[in-house]
Design a protein around this ligand. Sequence first.
Ligand code: SF4
Ligand code: SF4
Length: 302
Amino acid sequence: MYRIRFHGRGGQGIKTAAQALGTAFFLEGFEVQDAPRYGAERRGAPIFAYVRAARAPIQERGVIARPDAVLVADETLVPVPAAGVLQGLAERTVLVVASSETGETWRERLALPGPVLALAPDEAGGPLAGMACAGAAARLVGVIGRERLEAAVREEIGKLGAAVLERNLAAALAAYDALAPHAGLVAEGAPVAAAGYRPPEWIELPRDTAHFAAPDIDAPATSVAAKTGAWRTLRPVIDYARCNRCSWVCGTLCPDSAIAVDADRTPRIDYDHCKGCMVCLAVCPPHAIAAEPERARAEAAE
Ligand code: SF4
Ligand code: SF4
């Protein structure tokens, strides 16, 4: 069975990439499973999606813990532990990063024993990096023909119009062609035994009253009333000794506009509406923002 994970940010087409790869496998006669994992309103936040494909019925369920290949559409996610990009990587796992740096640079930086490839910006499709990752994965498994990949992208994207389809097709096929020298590098993994399985930790989210949890949206500008900070599992904390008051990076790139900047250029996080996507942590030039688990905070406060 092939087990392939895609990582990226909400808005990069990660879910669609998994669907396109899954459809390409299906067209080649495989049994397929594909699923994304993300929360609500996650534009800009780390998300991932995964694909299983096999010649026999697939009995496995859940997130892929031991992938045969991991494809990363946004290189800033690689060092973010909460994104889980490096989770379960083994010596045989192929890691592909959309990056202007070489695969060898990434391999040395991460001290990985297995193969690491880079999708250069012109191969990674810019904003269509997710679809480029789908094309790369299709080539790396070595069992998907170019015409099947094209048919799969048409199937998944065609409804969005000719212009969008053409851009996505170009991104997928460019990556497919670029990785021709590595066709077949990703091999099928062995069956996974259930022994030793540890179920994931549950996260208890506080419940809002029905007034907020099931609202009728009939008025504009109501988002301030929705305390999206309750969704957060990680809390960004600014180290003001390191913050150089660049005044715009974190505040501008926060997808929820949850960082305001004081008159003296000091950033302040609105924890009622920060949903914990960690974009600010990834983009802060002097690394002045750390991630603190909310659970640990809550336990410390008890
Ligand atoms: S991006 Fe970093 S350095 Fe710039 S204001 Fe925000 S916390 Fe400070
Ligand atoms: S403050 Fe940081 S973690 Fe919170 S929503 Fe904005 S970018 Fe995401």
